[in-house]
Design a protein around this ligand. Structure first.
Ligand SMILES: Cc1ncc(COP(=O)(O)O)c(C=O)c1O
Length: 201
C-alpha cells in the first residue's frame, strides 16, 4: 500500500463547469467582456481601484516591472524564500536581484532583513522591493513600505499566497490587494494558490 500527499485540492462545482462551457460557446475565447467583468469583480473583492488580468502570476510580476519602467542595471530586492518568478521578473527587464533574508520562523521578509538588504545596495539605483506573503501570512507592510519609500523605491506585493488575507496596520484592516502600502499587488490562479489548506485524507 502506498500513500500520496495531495499537491492541492481544488473545488470545481457544476456552475464553474457551466461558466467555462458558456465561454467556449461564445464569440470570445480570449479578451472580450468576461475579462472586464472578471477584472471588476476581482478589484472589488480585494478592495483595489483597478485590476488587470494576465495569463499567470509570473506575467503579472513581469508586467509590474515593466509598468515601473525598471531598467537594466537597476536593483530589485526580493526575499530569499519564494517562488523563482519573484526574482526572475527583475531579470526579465535586465535588473539585478538582491536577496533579503527571511525570518526563520515565518519565511517572510522583515523590516530588519530589508534594512540589511538595503545596506547591500550601496550607491546603486534601487527601484523596487517585492515582499512575498506566504501561506496566507502577511509581511509587515507598513514598516516595509516606510523603509522602501525612504530608499526612493517602490513596494510591489507578490501576493499569490494571500488572496483573501486581511491584516491590521495602525488599527485599520487592510485587505491584501487593496494596495494601501504598495503600488501594486500580484496574484496567481495556479490551483494551489487560492485553494484552502489541504487536509490529510
Ligand atoms: C510567491 C509566488 N509568486 C509568483 C508565482 C507565480 O505564479 P504563476 O504560477 O501563476 O506564474 C507563484 C506561484 O507559483 C508564487 O508562489
Amino acid at each position: 500500500m502506498s500513500a500520496f500527499l495531495a499537491y492541492g485540492r481544488q473545488t470545481i462545482e457544476d456552475d464553474d463547469i457551466a461558466a467555462v462551457a458558456e465561454a467556449l460557446r461564445s464569440d470570445f475565447l480570449t479578451t472580450g467582456p468576461r475579462v472586464e467583468a472578471f477584472e471588476d469583480a476581482f478589484a472589488e473583492a480585494v478592495g483595489a481601484r483597478y485590476a488587470v488580468a494576465c495569463s499567470n502570476g509570473t506575467a503579472a510580476l513581469h508586467l509590474a516591472m515593466m509598468a515601473l519602467d525598471v531598467r537594466p542595471g537597476e536593483m530589485v530586492i526580493v526575499p530569499s524564500i519564494t517562488f523563482l518568478a519573484t526574482a526572475n521578473c527583475a531579470r526579465y527587464v535586465g535588473a539585478e536581484v538582491i536577496f533579503a533574508d527571511v525570518d526563520p520562523s515565518t519565511g517572510l521578509m522583515t523590516p530588519q532583513t530589508l534594512q540589511a538588504a538595503l545596506e547591500q545596495v550601496g550607491d546603486r539605483r534601487l527601484r523596487a522591493v517585492l515582499p512575498v506573503h506566504l501561506r496566507g501570512d502577511v509581511a509587515e507592510l507598513d514598516r516595509l513600505a516606510a523603509l522602501t519609500t525612504q530608499a526612493g523605491a517602490v513596494l510591489v506585493e507578490d501576493a499569490p499566497h494571500a488572496l483573501g488575507s486581511v491584516a491590521v496596520f495602525d488599527n485599520q484592516k487592510e485587505r491584501i490587494g487593496d494596495c494601501r502600502h504598495s503600488a501594486m499587488s500580484t496574484f496567481s490562479f495556479h490551483p494551489v494558490k487560492p485553494s484552502p489548506p489541504v487536509k490529510a485524507a
